[in-house]
Design a protein around this ligand. Structure first.
Ligand SMILES: Nc1nc2c(ncn2[C@@H]2O[C@H](COP(=O)(O)OP(=O)(O)OP(=O)(O)O)[C@@H](O)[C@H]2O)c(=O)[nH]1
Ligand SMILES: [Mg+2]
Ligand SMILES: [Zn+2]
Length: 283
């Protein structure tokens, strides 16, 4: 059974019935903190009540927000109001790859995008689709795109991520109308202050969805530079002279050729170089 909420431990059976649980004595000491997404063994002790006896080993977990056994992340990106940061988008995609998670891009607030913004959006979407990321256009306000997004086949646990104000909680609220989610007017979101503070899983068609606060910090360290190279699908299969080419100043680098011909997006390459500098130890 999967744990839907950790503060008031709640478990849901496949038939939809939910149980508010307490933890078996010593369990907290044995497993440390229980997390949303944990697979637990539990026993029904009363009407809508149960006891969690064990937590199964986790396949993976995110710390912010604390969610275990995650299948994938949605990177929610708003082109205008607020203007999203494409470097942060790329960092999230690389993080997902390094953690072994699937990733899809949700462009939010498309009701605000016309003219020039629409053109920029088309260019962005085509670049990311070409390298294998699904890109969804949505508006929580008009409801555009929500059905196609929600009904795409997925399984497991998916987490909405993205900058503060990008529209994650609004999307969740639009997808799952009875979810008790907090959203607030952009003007009231101060620095270092987020609307979303707690995490919970909500059922969608065949998978679970969790909201998360728009943390700006997204840092990690990697031992092996090749792991960053691998996180950029557009570099795969390019015939560089050296198999372990880092696509810097090496002679015979096919990425440079592809860049010059517009087959690799200039901003993606720039973000790649920056990530190598920031995330690889002693680079
Ligand atoms: N026009 C328009 N505004 C939207 C849309 N979705 C969200 N907003 C507005 O954008 C603001 C921020 O939305 P939230 O859903 O709270 O953003 P968030 O990503 O959850 O932000 P954090 O919880 O701080 O990380 C709110 O004022 C919403 O009303 C949309 O589809 N269209
Ligand atoms: Mg939120
Ligand atoms: Zn190369």
């Amino acid at each position: 059974m999967v744990l839907l909420e950790a503060n008031r431990p709640t478990v849901q059976l496949p038939d939809g019935r939910q149980y508010l649980c307490y933890l078996k004595g010593r369990l907290r000491r044995e497993v440390g903190r229980i997390m949303v997404g944990d697979e637990v063994e539990f026993e029904i002790t009363g009407d809508g009540e149960g006891r969690i006896d064990a937590v199964r080993p986790r396949a993976n977990h995110l710390l912010r927000p604390p969610v275990a056994n995650v299948t994938g992340i949605f990177v929610v990106f708003s082109l205008l109001s607020p203007r999203g940061n494409i470097e942060l988008l790329d960092r999230r995609l690389v993080m997902a790859h390094l953690t072994g998670l699937a990733a899809e891009i949700i462009v939010s607030k498309v009701d605000l995008l016309g003219g020039e913004a629409a053109e920029q959006l088309a260019q962005l979407a085509s670049a990311y689709r070409q390298i294998g990321y699904p890109v969804w256009y949505t508006s929580a306000t008009t409801g555009e795109g929500l059905t196609s997004l929600a009904d795409y086949p997925r399984e497991g646990i998916w987490v909405l991520t993205g900058e503060s104000g990008a529209g994650k909680s609004s999307l969740l609220k639009a997808l799952i109308p009875d979810a008790p989610v907090a959203t607030q007017a952009l003007s009231r979101i101060g620095r270092g202050q987020q609307t979303t503070r707690w995490v919970r899983l909500y059922p969608l068609s065949g998978y679970w969805l969790a909201d998360s606060p728009g943390y700006t910090a997204l840092e990690t360290k990697v031992d092996d530079r090749q792991r960053i190279v691998e996180a950029f699908p557009e570099f795969h299969d390019l015939p560089c002279r050296f198999v372990d080419c880092l696509h810097g100043e090496e002679p015979g680098c096919a990425v440079h050729q592809a860049l010059a011909e517009g087959r690799v997006a200039e901003w993606r390459y720039r973000h790649y170089r920056k990530l190598l500098r920031d995330w690889v130890k002693s680079f």
